[in-house]
Design a protein around this ligand. Structure first.
Ligand SMILES: Nc1ncnc2c1ncn2[C@@H]1O[C@H](COP(=O)(O)OP(=O)(O)OP(=O)(O)O)[C@@H](O)[C@H]1O
Length: 206
């Protein structure tokens, strides 16, 4: 499902990463500086690998030998970061709909009402991000990612800016997204506990 063979270079950082994994939900772990975020960014097309290949479900996103480098918007990647990165001056509803990039979207696989129900954010729609808890903001960020109609979801330590109670609150929603949405997911985390509770398989970058 996820087939990566990359030579990465970021300043002085250089490493080869090989991941061939059938599991639909893969955790990427490893120490700080191992290159986890760089791998996510390479999948998203935000970092250009020095060489190699990235394919997801048989769809090639990057292949240096074949001259393939699909531009980010056409990679259909939903990306959720450590912090929610919502637009502070827009309502939750407007933040969610921003993920649709202006398309009308009646044929879309992920519709606003279903995503709002899945993530339990119906009562938050008219609020501004400043009035959300960290966990609520992350649920909205996940919703925005889904409404961009992704083919894969990338999570970069989505729990790391939350306290313990907020983390416990968010994990069941991540599990719901995993089980009900059934997209491929790559989940970066330092923490054994959430990796065990969320991922089907673990790949460690040392
Ligand atoms: N824009 C950049 N320019 C130069 N070096 C970079 C750049 N971005 C990342 N690096 C280096 O690449 C290496 C891998 O960084 P990356 O953020 O992918 O690691 P990580 O495993 O995600 O770490 P963390 O767990 O701390 O987030 C690090 O040594 C980092 O300093």
């Amino acid at each position: 499902m996820l087939d990566i063979d990359l030579q990465l270079r970021r300043g002085a950082f250089e490493r080869h990463v090989r991941i061939a994994e059938d599991a639909r939900v893969l955790a990427l772990t490893g120490p700080s500086g191992a290159g986890k975020t760089t791998v996510l960014n390479a999948i998203a097309g935000l970092v250009r690998p020095a060489a190699g290949r990235i394919a997801i479900d048989g769809r090639t996103l990057f292949d240096s030998t074949a001259g393939i480098d699909v531009p980010t918007p056409r990679r259909h990647v939903g990306y959720v970061f450590q912090d929610a990165r919502l637009f502070p001056h827009r309502s939750v509803r407007a933040n969610l709909l921003y993920g649709r990039h202006g398309r009308r979207g009646s044929d879309d696989a992920f519709q606003l009402d279903a995503v709002v129900a899945l993530l339990g954010i119906g009562s938050l729609l008219d609020r501004r991000p400043a009035n959300l808890s960290g966990g609520e903001a992350q649920r909205v960020a996940i919703g925005r990612a889904l409404l961009s109609q992704p083919a894969i979801l990338l999570f970069d330590e989505p729990l790391s800016s939350l306290d313990r109670d907020r983390r416990e609150e968010l994990i069941p929603y991540l599990q719901r997204v995993r089980d009900e949405i059934r997209l491929p997911m790559v989940y970066v985390s330092h923490t054994e506990d959430d990796v065990r509770r969320i991922a089907h398989a673990i790949h460690r970058l040392d």
